[in-house]
Ligand binder design. Structure first.
Ligand SMILES: [Zn+2]
Length: 409
């Protein structure tokens, strides 16, 4: 396992093949879910990824390269403990980016004809409540817990793979399972449990089912905040849930427009800001102030519509908001902050200079412009400097350092 940069995700690298191809951990790369989870790209495969993925995900690793010299990670004793040990020995470091989460907003569920059911419920933590049941409901077990690194290491990672004798007998007969299988799985035959080492938990089976859920969920590529209620889960329903979440995520991203609502007491509506700014149509470049943060930060909003007068000429058939008007918007928002600080409206703020101005992306009709200004320097009552930037859909579209002077009206 090798470290990897921000936004890399978990990738498997087949060092044993020519050109050392890598396979991204993502649901689109899922190939088969028979007994274990196999991912692949082109003709390259990696089998049984779920235990490594469970260990990485539950121990807090978002970015890593898993180098392989075979098409399957070592199964070991059938648990994830060996991988947890490796991760703990190497250590986990925080990177300079915030984690991406899928937050369940409303209940979702998937089920199979075989009676497997997974429900995802909103929750501010990642929890799993799991019921496992064997043939004729033998070995029915239940466990519910929040999944944290400590809980995973102690309660879930040591739980080993188990198989039912009737499922593996045909494979043993065909010689598809080689000897020594008791070393890397528990075999359940009728009422009896065959394993080299005694059960590690009275309810080891349900714990292993949870381990597999955590591993398969890593195919989402981000973390889930929610409560998974699982009844007789298996790799195929786990994968179905990941697909359902991925679809939901795509849908919510398509409609996720931040609503310019007033936050706390800090905001100003159009009327209030026009009492501070002398600007009027068509030159008022801010609709609302949505927040003040501390003494030196402010955020304003402008909805940019096709009805803006400047779009008629800038440019016919190709409307783009002029960059200089974005600078004007920054200046107006910064001025509101300055006036609020000096508590006077008997003076006008004059825009003196603009440095480091960059226009990064075009602003188009339909965009919502979030205008941020941060006061960096105020000299006496006469001069002020502000760092400003405009954001559309979470990307900076323009930025600049503005300087103001104040004069009496
Ligand atoms: Zn497993």
């Amino acid at each position: 396992m090798q470290p990897a940069p921000i936004d890399h995700g978990i990738k498997f690298k087949r060092k044993d093949l020519q050109e050392e191809p890598t396979i991204d951990t993502k649901i689109d790369n899922l190939k088969t879910v028979e007994r274990a989870t196999t991912i692949g790209e082109g003709s390259v495969r990696v089998h049984t990824v779920e235990h490594v993925l469970a260990a990485l995900s539950a121990m807090g690793v978002d970015n890593a390269i898993v180098e392989m010299d075979a098409n399957e990670p070592p199964i070991g004793d059938g648990s994830a403990s060996a991988y947890v040990e490796l991760i703990k020995r190497a250590g986990v470091v925080a990177q300079e980016a915030s984690r991406r989460f899928f937050d369940a907003r409303e209940p979702m569920h998937v089920e199979s004809k075989a009676g497997s059911l997974l429900v995802l419920l909103p929750d501010d933590k990642f929890r799993i409540s799991c019921t496992q049941a064997g043939p004729e409901n033998r070995f029915t077990q239940f466990l519910s817990t929040e999944v944290t690194p400590a809980v995973f290491e102690r309660e879930i990672a040591p739980a080993r793979t188990f198989v039912y004798y009737e499922d593996v007998q045909p494979l043993i007969d065909k010689n598809l399972i080689k000897g020594g299988s008791l070393e890397n799985a528990i075999v359940v035959r009728g009422e009896s449990v065959l394993s080299k080492e005694p059960l590690r938990f009275r309810d080891e089976f349900v714990r292993h089912k949870m381990l597999d859920i955590i591993g398969d969920l890593a195919l989402l590529g981000c973390r889930v905040r929610g409560h998974i209620v699982a009844v007789k889960p298996g790799h195929s329903t786990n994968a179905e849930l990941v697909r359902a979440i991925a679809r939901e995520q795509a849908r919510s991203m398509a409609v996720a427009i931040k609503q310019p609502t007033l936050r706390g007491e800090g905001g100003l509506d159009t009327d209030e800001l026009m009492q501070i700014l002398p600007h009027r149509y068509p030159f008022l470049m801010v609709d609302r102030i949505i927040s003040f943060e501390g003494d030196n930060k402010i955020t304003g909003v402008k909805s940019v519509t096709i009805n803006e007068p400047f779009f008629q000429g800038h440019f016919p058939g190709h409307p783009v908001m002029p960059g200089v008007l974005q600078v004007e918007a920054m200046a107006q928002v910064a001025c509101i902050l300055l006036f609020r600080l000096s508590k006077t409206s008997g003076r006008l703020g004059y825009f003196m200079s603009a440095d480091q101005v960059k226009f990064r992306k075009p602003v188009l009709p339909g965009d919502t412009l979030f205008i941020h200004a941060e006061l960096t320097k105020a000299r006496g009552n006469r001069l002020a400097r502000a760092n400003c930037h405009c954001v559309v859909n979470d990307s900076v579209v323009s930025e600049g350092e503005l300087m103001f002077a104040f004069l009496d009206k």
